[in-house]
Each structure stands twice: as C-alpha cells, then as structure tokens.
Design a protein around this ligand. Structure first.
Ligand SMILES: Cc1cc2nc3c(=O)[nH]c(=O)nc-3n(C[C@H](O)[C@H](O)[C@H](O)COP(=O)(O)OP(=O)(O)OC[C@H]3O[C@@H](n4cnc5c(N)ncnc54)[C@H](O)[C@@H]3O)c2cc1C
Length: 406
C-alpha cells in the first residue's frame, strides 16, 4: 500500500527535514506545530558526520555553511576566570567540542522549511494547532490514522509522525509514560547584548556547586548565554518565568561577571529552561504512528548529536516509507534497523557527564582543569586528543543511498 498522505507533528528540525524528503518523493505532507509561528529561539546546534552528508544530499550544505556562527573554539575557565585550556574549532567533520558546522537552531529550522518549496509533493504548514486524539485503524492492506486536532478538525492520514521533541505529548498519548531518562541537570538558554570583551570563542566557566555559565558567539551581533546546573529536583522547567529567574539569580549569586551578567539578563530577556534527558524506547513505532527526532531518541545537548540524529533519522524514515513496493510495516522495521546503531552509540555519553563539566567541589574543578589542560596542551594538541576525546560517533551508520529520493 503506497503512502501518499502523512501528518508530521512538530516543526523544528526533524519535522521539516522529514517533510522535505517526503515531498521530494511526491508525498502530500501536513506539518502541525503547536507554536503560533516557526520558533526562532535556541543556540548553536552541531551538524556532524552523517548529518552533514544528509544536508549535502538535500542540496543544503552550502547554504548552512554560509550561516554558521563563526565560533572559533572552546575555552574552559575556572571559578576565578583563569584559563584551564582551549580547543580550537574542529577541522574534522565529527570531533571536538566546537564542531566544524555550528549553526543557530532557528536558522537551520528556517532553511529546512524553505527547502520544501517547489518540491513535487505539497507541504502544508499549520501553526497554532496540535493533535488532540489519534485513532489508528491502519494495517498493511489499508485503513489509516484518524486524527482530531485541538482546533476540532478531523482528518485521515496514512502515517502520523511525531516530531515533538523530548517531552512530546502525542508520544505520551500513544506510547504511554516513562520514556525519558533524566540526567539530573538543567540548561537555561538566553540571548544577551554583545559586550566588547566577548570574542569568537565558546567560554565555558565552571563555578563549583554543579554550576557553569557559558557565552557563545552568534552571527547575529548578539551573544548566546547558557546556564547549566546539576539538580535532581524535578519541575524547575515548569515554574512560571519570574520564579525561575528568582531561583537562578539566587543560585548564581556571587559567582562573578559571567554568571551574574546572564542571571541579571533574565529580568529583561526571554529565556528557555529545559531539564536534560534522553528519550529511550524499545521501538519507535506503534502501528502507523512513528516517532522521529528527539521524541524518538533525544541524546541530550551534551551528546552534540541530537540534530545530527534528527537529520539522519528523517532521511532514513522518508527513504524507507517511500521505497517503491515497501509496506508500512517493512518500512518501519527498516527505519529501526538502519538508525538504531547510530542512536545507541550517540546516547552513550562520555563517562561522568553531566557532572564532569559542572563540577561540585574544588577537587573536581582541579581534576577537570588537569584533564582540559593536558588535552589542550600544544604537545598533546598535535595528536588531536581533544577531537578524539570529544568525538561523537556521527559516522556510526551505514547510510543507505535512496535512489528514489535523489
Ligand atoms: C525553541 C528551541 C530551542 C532549542 N535550543 C537548543 C539549543 O540551544 N541547543 C541544543 O542543543 N538544542 C536545542 N534545541 C533542541 C534541538 O532542536 C533538538 O535537540 C534537535 O535538533 C532535534 O530536533 P527535533 O525537531 O527532533 O525536536 P525539537 O527541536 O525539540 O522540536 C520539537 C518541535 O515540536 C513542537 N511541539 C512540541 N509539542 C508539540 C505538540 N504537541 N504539537 C505540535 N508541535 C509540538 C515544538 O514547538 C518544536 O517546534 C531547541 C529546541 C527548540 C524547540
């Protein structure tokens, strides 16, 4: 049974990338996004290895390269602002804390959406709506998935793809609760005015008691700020914004210029707090409902791999669903078979993370300092140890060539 009409829920990275590939094959695609418009927020995301190959196959590599953030490397500071070590940006397509392709998430999302124009299949974008109910009556011979939207509209699709990110509601509705492995850390993302001292490096300052503060350059004349801290307390990402700002300002009080600059900005700048976690599911599909991107296999920002996984997964899922003669069940089996090894490798985080990058005690800061100092020393740098130590497995996939999508 040919798949001709697909619903994708979520328009960030996985959703638009999948819409692109399905539309190339002539499939009619509807993308529903809960937000009222394409979300522009977010910091740098990395595209590595096989993810870069997918951009190349989409014809987007050069456009993305024209919009990288220009980050020149990563510099670690201790709590007094002393440099522990520096890593220049990677020159390989996989390794190093600063990847060769660092692009703002919102920019990449926009490029992916725009890339759907003019393809053989029609892509309809519906903002400000979401899936309310799903009734899957499809099998390999026919039927489909009846979807009721929050707006009240009802429609039947051949396949529904859930690309709603780590904390997806539709995944919860169809696959049940309990598929997130919490990592015991939070990130708060914000954008601040650029100051004269801000350079083209990612500044990563460890502040003790499990706290770090980060400054990263962007290509929009501002500086991206990030606060990361260890905490097992659940729900800090669900507080109302004033309360979150208050907690963070108390937490970072007295930590010095970087932490205090960022927490002061919480009073005036929009920000976004997330609890770090990984999505872990034994299978990414149930009937004709299938998960993609972070909703399926978020590896966490620590992995540097979630965007690469989303791009590769979208390509594989579309390639299999539109393969001439393939049944939905066979396509979804193949999606698992091709992508699992890459996801399994990406979800294995370096030992000690997230704790090692957010040390609690002075002794732990010293250990991090010794490691970073050694790995970034000139002698060891020649061995490219930094790139080898921080080398996400971005090529751990046997990426099929989908001639029907070429
Ligand atoms: C605003 C934002 C900022 C981010 N910033 C960073 C960052 O700075 N660094 C980083 O490493 N990663 C960031 N990420 C996560 C990063 O984009 C992903 O890890 C990765 O690229 C995989 O993307 P995804 O499309 O699978 O999921 P996500 O990027 O999480 O996108 C999920 C999309 O689904 C939408 N959605 C959620 N629920 C529903 C629903 N019920 N119905 C319809 N739509 C829904 C969301 O609004 C979002 O657009 C950010 C994500 C978002 C949404």
């Amino acid at each position: 049974m040919a798949i001709s009409k697909v619903l994708i829920s979520g328009a960030s990275i996985a959703g638009p990338a999948l819409a692109h590939w399905l539309a190339r094959a002539g499939t009619s695609v509807t993308v529903v996004e809960r937000a009222p418009e394409l979300r522009a927020g977010g910091h740098n995301v990395d595209v590595r290895g096989a993810g870069r190959e997918v951009l190349r196959r989409m014809g987007l590599e050069q456009r993305v390269l024209a919009h990288t953030t220009g980050e020149e490397g990563t510099r670690f500071l201790d709590e007094r602002g002393r440099v522990l070590g520096e890593f220049p940006a990677s020159t390989s397509q996989t390794g190093g804390p600063t990847a060769e392709v660092e692009v703002l998430r919102g920019r990449l999302s926009r490029l992916l959406v725009d890339s759907c124009d003019g393809l053989p299949g029609r892509v309809e974008w519906r903002f400000g709506d979401q899936v309310a109910e799903v009734d899957d009556t499809g099998d390999d011979t026919g039927g489909g998935v009846d979807v009721t939207f929050a707006s009240g509209a009802r429609e039947r699709f051949d396949v529904v793809v859930v690309a709603e990110g780590l904390r997806s509601r539709t995944r919860r509705r169809v696959f049940g609760e309990g598929h997130v492995r919490e990592l015991g850390a939070y990130c708060a993302y914000l954008t601040v005015p650029r100051e004269p001292g801000d350079d083209r490096y990612w500044t990563w300052q460890v502040l003790g008691r499990g706290r770090s503060a980060h400054l990263r350059p962007d290509d929009e004349g501002t500086t991206r700020g990030l606060l990361t801290f260890l905490s097992d307390v659940p729900g800090l990402d669900e507080l109302e914004p004033r309360a979150t700002a208050h907690v963070l300002q108390r937490l970072y009080a007295g930590t010095g210029p970087v932490g205090e600059r960022l927490t002061a900005a919480l009073d005036t700048q929009p920000y976004y707090v997330e609890a770090l976690g990984q999505a872990v599911l034994p299978r990414w599909s149930r009937g004709r409902v299938v998960l993609a991107g972070d909703a399926a296999h978020c590896a966490s920002p620590i992995s540097g791999m979630s965007t690469t996984l989303a791009l590769v997964g979208a390509h594989v899922l579309a390639g299999e669903l539109t393969r001439p003669g393939a049944s939905p069940a066979a396509a979804l089996d193949a999606y698992e078979r091709v992508l699992r090894p890459l996801v399994d490798a990406a979800q294995k985080l370096p030992p000690g993370t997230p704790r090692i990058g957010n040390p609690r005690r002075t002794a732990e800061i010293r250990v991090l300092g010794a490691l970073v100092g050694l790995a970034s020393s000139r002698a060891v740098r020649r061995l490219k140890l930094g790139e080898k130590l921080i080398a996400p497995p971005a090529d751990a996939v046997d990426l099929p060539v989908y001639a029907h999508l070429a």
